[in-house]
Design a protein around this ligand. Structure first.
Ligand SMILES: Cc1cc2nc3c(=O)[nH]c(=O)nc-3n(C[C@H](O)[C@H](O)[C@H](O)COP(=O)(O)O)c2cc1C
Length: 194
């Protein structure tokens, strides 16, 4: 299967990165193809609300969102991994999601949702927050749900970890790596061929 992954933290080797890599190791070892986008390193402009996508479902802005949109179209599974910033997904993650307005137009205005494909389309959301309050997880989950449904991913699992703040602190979490491995395994399915 094709597993498209969005990494939304600017902190290389940080908590989200460590958890995402744990998931990707399991997925890679199972023989699946991984397409990873490190959003902080990409040139993706925020949605301009120009209406250019309303009649075509294609964004008129030519930047690094073009390969992202191509990958979203062919994905069997999609992973979003983001830290919580100001009770929400990181800006890097949100900018990419806003640009999926073109898919919203394609699905809801033009009535052309992305076809499901032979393996279906499933999602996984990995969240890490430094605070103990879960409001950030709730806000991020609401946004990510809108994203997944817009790109015709009908189901996704969310795993979130709170009170994980300093770089690499997730290594001391009692269950995080095991939780991520289980979620990654559920995403690809036990007997799924690549
Ligand atoms: C700009 C900024 C805003 C943040 N806002 C929140 C927040 O609202 N809630 C929270 O739980 N943690 C917040 N944090 C803490 C991060 O979520 C936390 O440090 C996390 O472990 C970072 O993940 P990373 O190492 O993958 O980048 C914030 C951190 C930054 C830099």
């Amino acid at each position: 299967m094709k597993i498209v992954t969005f990494y939304g933290s600017p902190r290389k080797g940080g908590n989200t990165d460590l958890l995402l890599n744990e998931a990707l190791k399991l997925i890679r070892d199972a023989g699946h193809e991984i397409i990873r986008f490190d959003l902080n390193d990409m040139n993706i402009r925020p949605c301009q609300d120009c209406g250019g996508c309303e009649t075509t479902g294609e964004c008129v802005v030519d930047d690094d969102m073009s390969p992202v949109a191509d990958a979203i179209r062919v994905a069997d599974r999609i992973i979003v991994a983001s830290p919580i910033f100001f009770f929400a997904l990181s800006a890097q993650t949100k900018i990419m999601m806003d640009r999926c307005q073109a898919f919203w137009c394609e699905k809801y205005l033009l009535k052309q949702p992305i076809p499901e494909g032979p393996k279906g389309r499933l999602g996984l959301l990995i969240l890490v927050g430094g605070m103990k309050q879960d409001i950030g997880l709730k806000c991020a989950e609401a946004t990510a749900k809108a994203f997944f449904r817009t790109i015709s991913v009908p189901h996704h699992e969310t795993i979130g970890f709170l009170n994980v703040d300093s770089k690499g602190a997730v290594a001391g979490h009692p269950t995080a790596f095991e939780d991520v491995r289980k979620a990654a395994q559920a995403l690809i399915g036990k007997d799924e061929e690549s």
